[in-house]
Ligand binder design. Structure first.
Ligand code: SF4
Length: 148
């Protein structure tokens, strides 16, 4: 384990479901990683997809954060669904005493530190996804799959 790689704190860990093989991404696919699947097999985890929890369909039109809001690529304001997904994830984290989460990097829900800039051109800017941000503000450690 080098400096870039960290272990999550103990207890039940919240995990972005797409990282563990759940086909919940906007395109109806997963983005699974062996190391995350191993972690799910060996640790107590809760798999969440905040965008599904917020009421969005799968597949769905991709969305990006613009300012304080989130818009789909076709211009629909989906801020309410992103907020709802974040709040449900936080409620689960509190219910089960989770101290840490492993969330998918760069997602407008799950990303930490960098997100797409709202232009749907692949450009990244500093910022957190809605769910990552809410968890961080409530004292929950957030790691991305790139930090594990
Ligand atoms: Fe994965 Fe999070 Fe996007 Fe759901 S909202 S598909 S868990 S990155």
């Amino acid at each position: 384990m080098n400096d870039r790689h960290k272990a999550p704190e103990g207890g039940i860990i919240i995990v972005s479901a797409c990282l563990a093989g759940v086909p919940c991404r906007f395109d109806g696919l997963s983005k699974s990683y062996e190391k995350i699947k191993e972690l799910v097999k060996n640790e107590k985890t809760i798999l969440v997809c905040p965008e599904q929890l917020g009421g969005l369909t799968t597949p769905r039109v991709p969305s990006e954060i613009k300012g304080e809001k989130v818009f789909s690529k076709t211009g629909t304001d989906v801020t309410a669904q992103f907020n709802r997904g974040a709040e449900i994830t936080l409620a689960l984290a509190k219910e089960y005493g989770c101290k840490s989460a492993i969330l998918k990097s760069r997602s407008p829900s799950c990303g930490k530190g960098k997100v797409y800039d709202g232009s749907f051109s692949g450009r990244l800017i500093a910022g957190n996804g809605f769910t990552a941000d809410l968890l961080l503000k409530n004292g929950i450690e957030v790691l991305t799959e790139e930090e594990i």
